[in-house]
Ligand binder design. Sequence first.
Ligand SMILES: NC(=O)C1=CN([C@@H]2O[C@H](COP(=O)(O)OP(=O)(O)OC[C@H]3O[C@@H](n4cnc5c(N)ncnc54)[C@H](OP(=O)(O)O)[C@@H]3O)[C@@H](O)[C@H]2O)C=CC1
Ligand SMILES: C[C@H]1O[C@H](OP(=O)(O)OP(=O)(O)OC[C@H]2O[C@@H](n3cnc4c(=O)[nH]c(N)nc43)[C@H](O)[C@@H]2O)[C@@H](O)[C@@H](O)C1=O
Length: 328
Amino acid sequence: MGTVTTADPHASFLADKGGKVFVAGHRGLVGSAILRHLVSLGFTNVVVRTHAELDLTRQSDVEAFFAAELPRYVVLAAAKVGGIHANSTFPADFIAANLQIQTNVVDAALKCGSVRKLLFLGSSCIYPKFAPQPIPENSLLSGPLEPTNEWYAVAKIAGIKMCQAYRIQHGFDAISAMPTNLYGPQDNFHPENSHVLPALIRRFHEAKASNAAEVVVWGTGSPLREFLHVDDLADAVIFLMDHYSGLEHVNVGSGSEVTIKELAELVKEVVGFQGKLVWDSSKPDGTPRKLMDSSKIQEMGWKPKVPLKEGLVETYKWYVENVISAKK
Ligand SMILES: NC(=O)C1=CN([C@@H]2O[C@H](COP(=O)(O)OP(=O)(O)OC[C@H]3O[C@@H](n4cnc5c(N)ncnc54)[C@H](OP(=O)(O)O)[C@@H]3O)[C@@H](O)[C@H]2O)C=CC1
Ligand SMILES: C[C@H]1O[C@H](OP(=O)(O)OP(=O)(O)OC[C@H]2O[C@@H](n3cnc4c(=O)[nH]c(N)nc43)[C@H](O)[C@@H]2O)[C@@H](O)[C@@H](O)C1=O
């Protein structure tokens, strides 16, 4: 159990590098990037637990953890996460685990009395399937959701509303960030349950290694997606922890989008696969387009830095060095 360092209660997050920060989900794509950034910024008192050490779906364990550790800041990057196939195959897991994790963490963070600020991570899937593009924050709850991930989206919407309710009733400084589709080191490269970008890296890599003639890609290739490198997201999370204390959630996107066909061609080029692409239109396309309007965070002074091709080259290198090499 670590000790809580005393510091100026009015200090900004970045001026309080000895303040205890709990990063929930520190081994995932997002949590690991946030942890790397905090360490490189000089934060000295970061507390973490793996899923096996602390199951955040268990309320009494979560309450005991907060009462013992008394963190000053919480970043909630632990969640049940997956791509279009996992979301539509396991709707009960996605709604139940996410409601449990976020409810337990936000409530225990308030009750323990030590937390000055909490950031909850949602996702762009909270918005209606046919929201105006680019999607402004005030599109929330203005229309029906995309059916392939509505269970997950409903949990994430409940998380935003819980942060708002705790701010209104208890004056608790809980904020919410809504990232677009993310990618980078420590992503999930599962063949079926991952998101499109890591799935394609793996599929093209394996096809190249086995000299396969073709690679199958899901859907029609026409949906548009906006991708943000997880290092940019980690930078935005730390920026919001330092700069933002509002009721409304904040979109975090790169501002540029590609079709899934363009993405597949780019991954093919980066991996160096020479065969052809085959489209499996029996697989769902999901939402046709979800470009975020990120003007709110940009007007506060944050902007993304990593171009898609550069991020993809770096992520493929990470995959080869860490996932493929580990198997040998
Ligand atoms: N990936 C993306 O494209 C996007 C992600 N987001 C959001 O970012 C957040 C993080 O996502 P991402 O990093 O991709 O997810 P990952 O699946 O990569 O990581 C999830 C993390 O949560 C932990 N976790 C899951 N269930 C539990 C549990 N019951 N108790 C304790 N820990 C648990 C896992 O722990 P362990 O490793 O120990 O098993 C893991 O560290 C989520 O809220 C997600 O909605 C938003 C938009 C896009
Ligand atoms: C971040 C966001 O991510 C999820 O939504 P999504 O954007 O639809 O996610 P996706 O990455 O799985 O798919 C994007 C597109 O890509 C196509 N696609 C092609 N080939 C593969 C493929 O091999 N795998 C996957 N997964 N998709 C493929 C796929 O058919 C779709 O058209 C949410 O469930 C939820 O998790 C969420 O919030």
